[in-house]
Write a protein that binds this ligand. Sequence first.
Ligand code: Z5A
Length: 220
Amino acid sequence: MANEKFITFEGPEGSGKSTHILLLADYLREHGIEVIVTREPGGTPTGEAIRDLLQHGGSGEVPVPRAEVLLFLASRAQHVERFIRPALASGSWVLCDRFEDSTLAYQGYGRGFDVDKLRAMNHFATHGLKPDLTLLLDVLPEISRARLLARQTQTSAAPDRIEREAEAFHIRLRNGFLELARQEPSRFVVVDTVGEQKQVASAIRAAVIRRLMGGDPNEH
Ligand code: Z5A
């Protein structure tokens, strides 16, 4: 139906990215669009190995903050060149759970590294690839904490290193994401995720139809 598009999902943990990326993929496939879903860190064997190092202490030691930045970027460079660009070149739409804005929000606004320097490093890693649309799923820190707690209780999974960060970190992070969206309104759509999942899914579909499919959401 349409030319390839690159859509990223961003937001704090527990905002519903993993849930809604799959719902949007189903919707697009129903409309005859070929879709590939991927994530960061990860998406390639190298990226998944880096994910293990970063999130589950795969090396037996915690990476220092500068190493953490470089590991996220290494995962991204591999992902863009080996997975995302080839998928776009084959005509697929690519939906990616986190991309360069997560580095600006977590390592920049969250950890305090210089945001402009991180932008330049992102540009190096992505070789200039930018999303056509970024859906920022917004959630208050207390709501995201409650959702993650409920999920951990259900699955008995332990919180990861970033989930254990202090409240102030999560507030800076959310404000950082909102600031990034304010700076680039033509790329971002901010979706409030307080409502039920059905309402959130329909807001996401409406944004995609309006921004990328040239349509009126009421007609779909
Ligand atoms: N990170 C970084 O620091 N720098 C970078 O450059 C990159 C990443 C790329 C990746 O974690 C970590 O890496 C992440 C940022 C950092 N830090 N942390 N922590 P990940 O990929 O493992 O996890 P995540 O991206 O943070 O996602 P998540 O915790 O799985 O959350 P989510 O995908 O946004 O939400 P979900 O799994 O779809 O939903 C969470 C729960 O809430 C689930 O039980 C849902 O059923 C429920 N939910 C979702 N929506 C709703 C609504 N609307 N109402 C009620 N309940 C809901």
